[in-house]
Design a protein around this ligand. Structure first.
Ligand code: TYM
Length: 327
């Protein structure tokens, strides 16, 4: 059976990269046959979060975001990672078959350290806990953005090591990355990968003046509108590509490439982008506000999801305990 699973860290408000790289696919995939599991990675968020109230708020925000954007609890299980403590048990079993070298090669860890972050042990062993998340439910498909591909590949290695030592206990999953580069790695306002921790993101539900300010932060240059430009050198177009139908996007590119009197200035592109963001997320923004006023509804979804997910994880952990000699 197909088991689709993915998770999002509760380390801040979710941004356009989370939407186009992950959530949009998650919502689309729930229509397909199979089991669908999505969770709020709050254990993972503890590798950087130090404020209990903020961690709780961020976890609720991930749930609101998923539900507002169309995740249907009747089709997909939504739960908090920490409601399934079995993943920590499984992570220990997996840690004992994972080489230091594998973890030392993790890009995400190396990038964070290179950016000056003082790493804790949790950050270093992050991919092992992520492997436990994936393997606990027998996941076959893991839809994520490009930046998480290596972590899913490490999960494959870890599952294979465990199975090699103890027999076929764990299902080896496949990553599923959006096939188009602009969706798999959405840029931030500075042109680097959009990320909560780089301060270059645009919140999915930003509106009004704050949305205008966010779009104004997208890097431009001093070239005048009339100057013909290579569309790939205009960051605003990379944002528009996320939202516009292909034919309209091609027309904007053509006008930028041609230059001259009819070419749009950066101000025009920004206005079109704001309009497109409003049109894409306006209805979901209204649903989010409704859910914000109904916290009990959100809590009920998470509690039911947690109970369902936990039973599955327990069965996997018990099987692995028996296989490695703990029972
Ligand atoms: P996180 O919270 O950093 O990101 C959540 C999802 O959003 C995708 N994403 C992006 N996609 C395209 N462009 C971007 N700029 C961009 N930024 C983020 C991520 O690839 C991801 O799919 N380790 C995970 C959470 C996790 C998990 C798991 C995921 C924990 N356990 C098990 C899958 C399976 C993370 O920190 O994602």
């Amino acid at each position: 059976m197909t088991v689709v699973l993915s998770g999002i860290q509760s380390s801040g408000r979710l941004h356009l990269g989370n939407y186009f790289g992950a959530i949009r696919q998650h919502v689309a995939l729930q229509q397909e046959p199979g089991e669908h599991l999505y969770f709020i990675a709050d254990y993972h968020a503890l590798t950087s979060s130090r404020d209990p109230a903020e961690l709780r708020d961020n976890a609720r925000e991930v749930a609101l975001t998923y539900l507002a954007l169309g995740l249907d609890p009747a089709r997909a299980t939504l739960f908090r990672q920490s409601d399934v403590p079995e993943v920590c048990e499984l992570a220990w079993l997996l840690a004992c078959v994972t080489s230091m070298g594998l973890l030392e090669r993790a890009h995400s860890y190396k990038d964070k350290v290179a950016k000056g972050l003082k790493p804790n042990v949790g950050l270093f062993t992050y991919p092992v806990l992520m492997a436990a998340d994936i393997l606990a439910y027998g996941s076959t498909v893991v839809p994520v953005g490009k930046d998480q591909q290596q972590h899913v590949e490490m999960t494959q290695d870890i599952a294979q090591s465990f199975n090699h030592l103890y027999g076929p206990c764990l299902t080896v999953p496949q990553p599923r990355i959006p096939s188009e580069e602009h969706l798999a790695k959405v840029p931030g306002v500075d042109g680097e990968k959009m990320s909560k921790s780089y301060g270059n993101s645009i919140w999915i539900f930003e509106e009004g003046k704050l949305l205008k300010n966010a779009v104004n932060r997208i890097t431009t240059d001093s070239r005048p509108p009339e100057e013909p430009k290579d569309p790939s050198s205009v960051l605003l177009l990379r944002f528009l590509e996320l939202f516009l139908p292909a034919d309209e996007f091609a027309q904007w590119c053509e006008r930028v490439r041609a230059g001259g009197a009819g070419a749009p200035g950066y101000g025009h592109l920004k206005l079109r982008l704001i309009e497109a963001i409003e049109a894409t997320f306006g209805p979901a923004r209204a649903r989010r506000k409704h859910l914000l006023e109904n916290p009990a509804e959100v809590e009920r979804v998470l509690a039911e999801g947690g109970t369902h997910a936990r039973a599955q994880a327990r069965a996997t952990v018990d099987r692995c305990y028996r296989a490695c000699g703990l029972r």
